[in-house]
Design a protein around this ligand. Structure first.
Ligand SMILES: *[C@@H]1O[C@H](CO)[C@@H](O)[C@H](O)[C@H]1NC(C)=O
Ligand SMILES: *[C@@H]1O[C@H](CO)[C@@H](O)[C@H](O)[C@H]1NC(C)=O
Ligand SMILES: *[C@@H]1O[C@H](CO)[C@@H](O)[C@H](O)[C@H]1NC(C)=O
Ligand SMILES: *[C@@H]1O[C@H](CO)[C@@H](O)[C@H](O)[C@H]1NC(C)=O
Ligand SMILES: *[C@@H]1O[C@H](CO)[C@@H](O)[C@H](O)[C@H]1NC(C)=O
Length: 372
């Protein structure tokens, strides 16, 4: 009698506890990326822009916004130049591979025994015009590729496939800044798709060809996120027409632009693969990783009402005002960055970076050459 009522109580307790642990339990059903360790990757070379930069831009410009408080508040409690409240996707990918975080190339005293991060916040896929006057970085994707050649040595004595068997090259994301500046200059999405996009993709593929020449045998080439789901574009390009928004209330035209870029990029990748049958060239599907976040927000511990709102920002529907951005002293931070996808309207929270990195690794793992 007593024991059966105890059992009943115990059952109740389990049900009670599982009510609270449910979100946690579902999080543990995230894809298992532990297998990446078994791939014996011992170096990663990363190229790209602010979503991947672990400190180059702040060496170029210590006053860069991403080097200001509250950036980095969830990691080391201080800014590291990463454009997030904490870690980036590349940090989680490196950890999953079992290697230390990548140091920025421009820190010449850093330890590069496990690879180099060449990515620079604000960089473009296309070369920077000589007459460009703004304060943005001039370290475009091709500049980063030249850094790689410098790093490998002027004679490129480590430039043979034999030397890079255990190395992963990640070329991108790149191109987002090219599109953003064109959009902010008032260019139409159609014009961008027809004129700029082919050039941007060509520039990325040129970089991929260069890393292959340097001996790369495993390369991830990430595409674009669904741009229309980012608070910055939602704020700057609002529409009164309901047809301008998709089921997640993202801007359809900008998501279409991202998809057009991604389709074009994947075609270019498959062409390059036929020319380089011994090289694994794998598309990094940022777009669907992000859609997975949106589709599963509550199960992933995210606030379903805040998926399109910046955590660090102020005002408007998306908690973002382009004249008062995160990093300015008066701009507040949400109490719960881990429940947000967007950190500052442009970049992702550490939590979103972790979730997306997990999805990405699980997605590309079967496609890289893991048996060495
Ligand atoms: C550069 O790397 C050194 C050695 O790890 C470190 O002490 C220093 O803080 C780094 N500097 C910057 C600006 O990241
Ligand atoms: C660089 O880092 C690696 C791995 O963490 C370590 O084994 C090595 O001793 C470091 N090299 C130097 C010069 O500190
Ligand atoms: C910079 O040069 C390009 C041609 O290379 C030209 O189209 C553009 O208008 C110039 N921009 C400025 C600000 O002078
Ligand atoms: C939306 O409608 C309001 C009120 O009619 C108008 O003031 C505003 O300019 C419109 N905005 C856009 C982006 O069309
Ligand atoms: C953004 O901030 C500026 C300066 O405080 C203010 O004048 C403007 O109305 C704000 N815009 C929006 C859309 O909230």
């Amino acid at each position: 009698m007593a024991s059966s009522s105890n059992a009943g109580l115990f059952q109740l307790l389990i049900i009670f506890c599982s009510m609270f642990y449910l979100p946690q339990a579902q999080e543990t059903t995230l894809p298992d990326i532990g297998l990446l360790k078994s791939c014996n990757i011992d170096k990663i070379y990363q190229f790209g822009a602010s979503k991947s930069d672990t400190g180059n831009r702040r060496i170029e410009n210590p006053l860069d916004t991403c080097n200001m408080h509250p950036y980095g508040q969830s990691f080391l409690k201080e800014p590291t130049g990463r454009c997030s409240d904490g870690l980036l996707m590349i940090d989680y990918i490196a950890s999953a591979a079992g290697i230390p975080f990548l140091n920025p190339y421009l820190n010449f005293t850093a330890n590069f025994s496990h690879g180099v991060n060449f990515a620079v916040g604000g960089s473009t896929a296309l070369p920077v015009k000589k007459n460009a006057t703004d304060s943005a970085t001039r370290s475009s994707l091709q500049v980063q590729v030249n850094w790689m050649y410098n790093f490998f040595g002027s004679l490129c004595n480590s430039c043979s496939p034999g030397n890079h068997k255990k190395t992963l090259f990640i070329v991108g994301e790149s191109g987002n800044n090219d599109y953003t500046s064109a959009l902010f200059q008032g260019k139409s999405v159609e014009e961008i798709k027809h004129k700029l996009m082919p050039q941007v993709v060509q520039s990325i593929m040129h970089a991929v060809t260069n890393v292959i020449s340097a001996g790369a045998v495993q390369i991830i080439v990430p595409g674009q996120f669904p741009l229309g789901c980012f608070p910055i574009y939602l704020t700057v390009f609002p529409s009164n027409s309901t047809t301008a928004y998709d089921k997640h209330k993202c801007l359809t035209a900008l998501n279409d632009l991202a998809e057009a870029h991604n389709n074009y990029l994947q075609q270019a990748i498959s062409t390059l693969k036929t020319q380089n049958p011994n090289t694994k060239i794998v598309y990094g599907d940022y777009y669907n990783a992000f859609q997975w976040l949106l589709n599963n927000a509550p199960h992933l511990g995210l606030d379903a009402e805040s998926t399109l709102k910046a955590c660090c920002g102020i005002g408007g529907r998306y908690n973002l005002n382009s004249t008062q951005r995160c990093g300015s002293p008066s701009v507040p931070v949400c109490p719960d960055p881990d429940r947000h996808i967007s950190w500052d309207g442009v970049h992702l929270t550490q939590k979103a970076n972790r979730l997306i990195a997990t999805w990405l690794v699980a997605d590309f793992l079967p496609m890289i050459d893991c048996k060495k």
